[in-house]
Ligand binder design. Structure first.
Ligand SMILES: NC(=O)c1ccc[n+]([C@@H]2O[C@H](COP(=O)([O-])OP(=O)(O)OC[C@H]3O[C@@H](n4cnc5c(N)ncnc54)[C@H](OP(=O)(O)O)[C@@H]3O)[C@@H](O)[C@H]2O)c1
Length: 298
């Protein structure tokens, strides 16, 4: 089969279309002919050598999601049929013609979505759904603040928040992105964050009134944390999904030979974007005070 392989470290120029061995489904697995995949931030970082695939996933074929049709089933795979249209999340390897996944990890593609549309759903929408709905208790009338609202996960969260009847406020460093979020995705309030550290708490409270927001989905972290806390109501919930903006965000993590390395994790288990921000202290304080604080720092 053909697959897009990472042949070095860098941008799109390190990607090559190559022949790789065909796959076959094991017990309980479905083999999917991939018709679409999508590009996430993690794929770009993987090309740069900063996001090694987890054990068991192809190290050199990016792609965390797929849409396609089932072409073969392994022994004991009884829930799917050959020819069925499915989509899902994988740990890597999505940029290839074939994938082998456990049949229970496949989601059926709704009839009104084509493969290209379906391929953009799993990673961003499941991440946003998990954070906002399963962990964040999103409800009608929730005052919701989304940092990096124009990102992949942010735009998914914006759509889920609007559908749920929340009041959605979003931040971005780009005027043009906020304009598109307002005009195309019905963002109620966009706040431009051009300063470092950013300032948005007063603007948030001017929108919500003195109570602030009930729920924050923070996809940025780092210097956003203090203002985020100042924007939140008592018993508000903060869901931190990774943190691309560490205080020393531009400092590359290099080994002694100068090769890029994944960011080190501290004894507190936090990645660099959350360290130095008081996140572990906050987590302790939040746990003691009953204020929800979720950390997703992959
Ligand atoms: N399951 C999971 O845990 C999971 C799954 C998917 C994604 N994620 C995480 O969710 C986040 C969003 O992912 P994505 O794929 O949606 O990303 P994306 O589309 O590439 O967007 C990332 C956005 O983050 C903002 N940003 C980046 N660096 C920043 C900085 N230094 N300061 C302020 N803002 C910064 C930018 O927004 P503006 O230019 O608009 O300011 C950028 O567009 C990432 O951290 C990713 O790792 C986690």
């Amino acid at each position: 089969m053909k697959a897009v392989r990472i042949t070095g470290r860098g941008g799109p120029e390190v990607l090559e279309l190559c022949e790789v061995p065909d796959l076959s489904p094991g017990p309980g697995q479905a083999m999917v002919r991939v018709r679409g995949s999508a590009i996430n931030r993690a794929d770009l970082l993987q090309c740069l050598g900063q996001y090694p695939a987890p054990p068991g996933a192809p190290q050199d074929i990016p792609g965390l999601e797929y849409a396609g049709e089932v072409v073969a089933l392994g022994a004991g795979a009884l829930d799917l049929n050959v020819g069925q249209r499915v989509m899902g999340i994988v740990s890597g390897g999505g940029f290839s013609e074939q994938l082998v996944v456990h049949e229970r990890e496949c989601m059926k593609i709704p009839a009104d979505l084509d493969f290209t549309e379906a391929a953009a759903i799993p990673e961003a929408f499941l991440t946003a759904f998990d954070a906002l709905v399963l962990q964040g208790n999103l409800r009608v009338g929730t005052r919701l603040l989304i940092h990096a609202v124009a990102s992949g996960v942010g735009t998914a969260a914006l759509q889920l928040g609007s559908l749920a009847g929340a009041l959605v406020i979003g931040t971005s460093r780009s005027h043009a992105k906020l304009d598109r979020c307002r005009s195309e995705l019905a963002l109620a309030h966009g706040i431009l964050c051009r300063d470092n550290p950013p300032r948005f708490a007063n603007e948030v409270r001017a929108i919500t009134g003195p109570l602030g927001v009930d729920l924050v989905l923070d996809l940025v972290g780092g210097p956003y944390l203090n203002e985020t806390l100042a924007s939140m109501s008592p018993r508000g919930r903060l869901l931190q999904v990774d943190a691309p903006a560490p205080p020393d965000e531009q400092a590359p993590h290099l080994d002694r030979n100068g090769s890029p390395q994944p960011p080190p994790r501290g004894e507190d288990g936090l990645g660099p974007g959350l360290r130095g921000t008081g996140a572990s202290r906050l987590r302790r304080r939040a746990t003691q005070s009953g204020r929800g604080f979720g950390l997703f720092n992959r």
